[in-house]
Design a protein around this ligand. Sequence first.
Ligand code: ADP
Ligand code: MG
Length: 237
Amino acid sequence: MSKGDLSKVGSRNGHGLELRGVRRVFKQARSNLEVLQDASFKVSGGEIVALVGPSGAGKSTLLHIAGLLERPDGGQVLIDGQDCLGLSDAQRTTLRRRAIGFVYQYHHLLPEFSALENVMMPQMIAGAGKAKAREKAAALLETVGMTPRADHRPARLSGGEQQRAAIVRGLANDPSILLADEPTGNLDPDTAAGVFAQLLHLVRDGGLAAVIATHNMDLAQRMDRVLRLEHGRIVEA
Ligand code: ADP
Ligand code: MG
């Protein structure tokens, strides 16, 4: 695929994310651990799906593969209809920065930088100018009520505030796909509910395709569909 073709993907054109027959095997000393056997699903733009399954089921592995952070041992990952695994590393990185936002269970904000700078960072890595990145970061932080905290480093933010900053950082490059790995898993139930409501609102507002791994069935039920990871396969719950 040429660079020109890449310009078509990553816009919010409603295609979304598809995994076909994804397989991932971790080689171990004695036996191989086949975490994903034949995982397939599709999430369209504007659709929010929950990814559930017990700890160790392979949710994080699946999200890393969907987010082009890790390569599967078989199968296909399609972003906006394009098969991504045949791309060069550089093309995959470009596509990932443009099309995919990722939110982790633990915020992964850079400790030496303020919330504002953390939200500026992915924009500047993708080539945005400093003034533009700052303006957009400030606007994004405002959407989650973080304006009074924008200049604080992560250590001076509460857990909920850290996750709010991490969520808008994931949205900073206008991705078409948001992948979130137990994004409220470290928060107390009340804080989790508030942060989760904001996450859903932002994703719906932007018309993104979203996959959100969670242990919390109450939260899962508030999404459009629930996908369960069972024995390395996706089962529509
Ligand atoms: P979940 O997020 O559902 O808890 P994970 O995707 O983190 O599950 O892990 C699924 C299984 O794969 C676990 O048994 C885990 O120990 C194993 N695993 C994950 N990553 C690796 C790795 N890099 N090397 C070996 N085993 C791994
Ligand atoms: Mg996990």
